[in-house]
Design a protein around this ligand. Structure first.
Ligand code: 48N
Length: 322
């Protein structure tokens, strides 16, 4: 099936004043190409003092830490499910403060490649509707669609999420515990009321460096999408077991695409009061099958997680108990 065409923006062309030769006797001399107008010898950046760079970064980062110390929703893990959740939430509720905590320097989790390091990303319908919402070109193969490179999906989704003014991504930052409140009405006797964070490099060295206490973010709703079990995976559900808020993990089962994807999307839910679990982390709770190299369930689990989160958020805000 032919790929859906996307608009190619023709570069504007100005009379020759330097610029990028277009190969037809004309030059592309707007925007970046206009920088030197061919006179690279005279080119120079505006002057700066190093402290200006330092202050520009630190002032903004610490303002963000202050702003998001009280967040409305925290998403743990910026993989395909966490980013899809953030996209749906930020679009629906520009009034909410949404913090995304991502352990890696590079967000995106396992969605930079398809299966076995191949490039193409497969999504089964109806996940194509999410891609269309995102403005993502794909090849339509009938029951499924193919994005030509997984990195195109993830970078597009990431750029849209980061463009929302009510979203802040704290990457290279790990959630290393959960903030909880006693709640005798809850099955495990507790409710989640935020997250405990630290620089990931610090979290990795608690065994060989003492007294590196964490930071915190309060929030009535936490959405955990930390992926299936692995060095960093399934963090929140493993922590809920260790604090006896849930009895045990079901453990991810073998690969079965048709069973796995429906189970993950349908199972995305609040697993203890205040904590919603989605994406492959959920397979560890429910003992769901894995689906392997098809990503529609990650996107649509994000859609469902967003819906669940907004329902829980309204309830929590009413109780003001977090
Ligand atoms: O991509 P992942 O691992 O997780 P999901 O659920 O968004 O997407 C899963 C998907 O990539 C698959 O596994 C595919 C469909 N394959 C399935 C199969 O059968 O093999 O993203 C999780 C993110 C990562 O970026 C981690 O770095 C991050 O969560 N993370 C954390 N971030 C902050 N604090 C933590 N404690 C933490 N743990 C993990």
């Amino acid at each position: 099936m032919a790929p859906i065409a996307v608009d190619v923006v023709e570069p504007t062309v100005l009379p020759h004043k330097g610029g990028i030769p277009l190969g037809n006797g004309k030059v592309h001399a707007t925007g970046g190409a206009q920088v030197a107008e061919g006179k690279w010898k005279e080119f120079s950046f505006e002057p700066i003092r190093e402290s200006q760079v330092s202050r520009a970064m630190t002032r903004r980062y610490f303002e963000d830490l202050d702003t998001y110390a009280e967040s409305d929703i925290v998403i743990v893990g910026a993989g395909s499910c966490g980013l899809s959740t953030a996209y749906m939430l930020a679009k629906a509720r520009p009034d909410l403060k949404i913090a995304i905590i991502e352990a890696g320097v590079a967000p995106g989790g396992g969605a930079w490649l398809g299966g076995q390091l191949f490039s193409a990303m497969v999504m089964r319908k109806p996940a194509d509707k999410f891609l269309t919402d995102l403005g993502m070109p794909f090849e339509d193969e009938g029951a499924y669609v193919v994005v030509k490179h997984a990195a195109l999906f993830t970078s597009t989704l990431l750029s849209k999420v980061l463009s929302f003014p009510n979203v802040k991504l704290f990457n290279a930052t790990s959630v290393e515990d959960l903030i909880t409140r006693r709640d005798d009405s809850a099955p495990g006797g507790l409710r989640v009321a935020g997250v405990v964070t630290n620089w990931t490099l610090v979290s990795m060295h608690h065994d060989d460096q003492s007294c590196m206490d964490p930071n915190t973010i309060n929030a009535p709703v936490v959405i955990s999408t930390t992926g299936h079990d692995g060095p960093f995976g399934a963090f929140s559900v493993k922590r809920l077991v260790s604090m006896q808020a849930i009895e045990k993990l079901g453990g991810m089962r073998g690969l079965d695409m048709n069973v796995a994807e429906d189970a993950i999307v349908k199972g995305t839910r609040e697993i203890v009061p205040g904590l919603i679990c989605g994406g492959m982390e959920l397979s560890e709770v429910d003992g769901a099958n894995r689906m392997g190299p098809t990503f529609g369930a990650m996107a649509l689990s994000g859609v469902k997680a967003a819906e669940e989160a907004l329902a829980v958020f309204e309830e929590r805000k009413k109780e003001n108990a977090y």
